[in-house]
Each structure stands twice: as structure tokens, then as C-alpha cells.
Write a protein that binds this ligand. Sequence first.
Ligand code: PLP
Ligand code: COI
Length: 410
Amino acid sequence: MRSSVASGLLRRLSSRSPALPLRRTQQRCFSDVTSASQREFELLRQVSRLESRVSELQAQLPPRVQPTKITNWEDLAFEIKPTNGHVRYTWSQKTEAWDAGQFIQDPFVNLHIHAGVLHYGITLFEGCKAFRAKDGKIRVCNLPANAARMNTGANRLVMPAVPESLFVEAVHWAVRANAEYVPPYGSGGSMYIRPFLMGTGPILGLQPAKEFQLMVSVTPVGNYFGKGGLKGIHANVMTEFDRAAPHGTGDVKAGGNYAADLLPLKRAKELGYGTTLYLDPKERKFIEEFSVSNFLGISASGAYVTPHSGSILPSITNKMLMTLAADMGLAVEQRPVEYSELPSFREVGACGTATVVAPVSSITGPDAQGELVKHEFPSFDKLNQLRMRLQEVQYGEHEDRHGWMVEVTC
Ligand code: PLP
Ligand code: COI
């Protein structure tokens, strides 16, 4: 528990003792002082006890945001709905270990003004989902892959590793405690799970933080791009901005990567586009990825093609789709994809946990002469089959041949 003003004063008072032997007259004075100090000491002890009790009672206070009652599950958007609470674990340099964690109803965090996350962006997040399956059970999808990616990022940002078992325990706890927020089977919704890791310890000079928190919050969601999301999104190729540098942090889910996409995304939206598409920052010759999702396409020969690059996020959805594509007999190519290949694609999609696989109906960007060209992709046949197959596995309608889905016992 955070030390209170009274407990701090208590510590200072208890350290006030005479260092040298006292003469008799001094002894009398000192005994007056000591009895006054003792009274002060006793009062402070009582205040300290009261403060602890206040903290205990505060923890039992109703949350400042009340959980929502959801009735219209079919109308869920990709937005925050207040739930029962979140899970929080703390790592401190003193113990070099994660604590036992707690479930917190109030969706606010009390941070030191110099917490590493606030000034230096020491933070990573993950995105995963829980589904209410056809058999009524709740299952989470592919958590070990998210745990592994969080740890790649933790290593890159010098944050403590989160053992896979702790990551899984934290997610199961958050889902179980919010089970009524997993959208019903058939509604088309899912529970979006947001595990995140941040440096909460105060630092001034640039250095790793000394305290970290791992939190897991959840919210029921619908389509990332809204009700019209399956009609197709229009993407804008970025010519003035890059998302990530070679050997930078593009391959981890660092919060700063997303802040850097905000201005490009704002500009693209002002021009009427739904998302941004980044090219490789070195030569602007290869396709990298969309704002919050990997690029995938069906080539003229019918192959599943997705870029291979060290500065894009290794998407877990993409990996599952590649596996399903191979299961369905498609050739899978993960390789550098030249921007000049774009007109040859029959279908293009944007994939990720939040987006699943969104159809990309057009991509507008400069051609070799610098003229703005709109490439259109009216078909979404094969990619839609893959999107449906993935969702069938997630909702328990199709055999989970690769063991991605794990039940959350409630
Ligand atoms: N690329 C970026 C930049 C993303 O933010 C995401 C979202 O998580 C993805 C790709 C897709 O990754 P995943 O499928 O693991 O959610
Ligand atoms: C996800 O798809 O899980 C992401 O993290 C993208 C986010 C911007 C919603």
C-alpha cells in the first residue's frame, strides 16, 4: 500500500533519538519532550491506521464508471463499453518479480507524474479476442502467440518479461470476471481483450523504469470499420510519412508506433480514405502494411501473398490465415511485395485481430511517374472464404485443427 503522510511522519519521528548521554537537567527536559513526542507518535499511529482503513474502504467503493448493460449485441461497434473491471499486476525492481495481481473495478490508474510511460512512451499493448462458441462455451484465441509477441516487445523496450503462464492467467481472469460481456453466439460480436504493459516507475533521465504494470481490460466489440466494414475500405498510400524505420520498433506493438500514424491517418481520412498504406521507408519500393493491419492479397495465379519485412508487425491473424490458406490448398507467399505489383492483385485485404480480414476495395497512390492512380479490387472471394473459415474456427463451427482455441472456465 502507498505510504501515507502519517506513516511517513511516523518513520521520521521514530528516527529522532538523542545520540549522546544526557545530563540530569537535560534528562528532565528530554522526558517532557519524549512524552510529548510519544503522544504525537501515538496520534500519528492512529492516523496511519485510519489512513490504511480509508484505503481499504476506497478499494471497496463503487467504480467511478458503472458497468454497462448491453441489450443490442448486434449493434456493437469497435468502442469501449464499461465492464466489471480489469486485471492488474505489478513488477518492481525490488523484488524483480510480478505480484499476485488484483481485479480492479475502477477503470482509472493513479500514476506518478514522471512515470516512464508518460514521458518516454515505455508501453506495449496486445490485442486478442474471446468468443462465445456454438456450444455456449467461451474460448480465447491463440494467446501464446500474443504472449510471445509481447515479450519480443518487452525485450526491445527493456521491460520485464511476462511469463506466458502469467499472460494466460491474466487474460483468463479478465475474461472470466467479465463473462457476461462476451457477446452471445450468433450476434457476430466478440470480446476484444487488451493486455498492456507499461513503465509506471518514475524516471527523469532516459533509462528503464523500475516499476511496471501489466493490465488486461476487455470490451465487447463489433466490426472495426463499422457496419459498412465488409463493403470495402479505401486505402491511401503514404508518400510523405513512414510508419517504421528499418531496425526501429515497427515489428513490436509499441504505443508510439500508433501515435506516429495519427497524423497520416487524419490526413487520409480528410481526403475520404478509410486507412493508410505504408511503403518501405528506405526505397518506397515495397508494400509494408496498413495503419492497424497487415496487407494481404490474392495474386493473378490465385496465391495468398503477404509482405515479408522486418519493420511490419508480425500479425497473428495473418499467420492463422496463412495456415488456413494452405489447408484450403492455396499457395502461400510471404515475401517482399513490390508496390508495382499492386495492379496484378485480384483481391486485397487488411487483416488483424480487430479487423479480422477487411476487404480493401481500392488503393490510391502515385505510379512510377508520380501520377495519382486508384487501383480497384472489386473481388473479395477467396479472402472472404478465409475470413469465414477463421471465424468458423473461432465460433466453434469448424474443427480447430491447429489448437488455437482454449476454453475459459467460468
Ligand atoms: N499490423 C499492425 C500495425 C497492427 O496494429 C495490427 C494489430 O494488431 C496488425 C498488423 C495485426 O496483428 P494481429 O493479427 O496480431 O492483431
Ligand atoms: C488489433 O487489431 O488488435 C490492434 O491492436 C489494432 C488496434 C488499433 C485496435
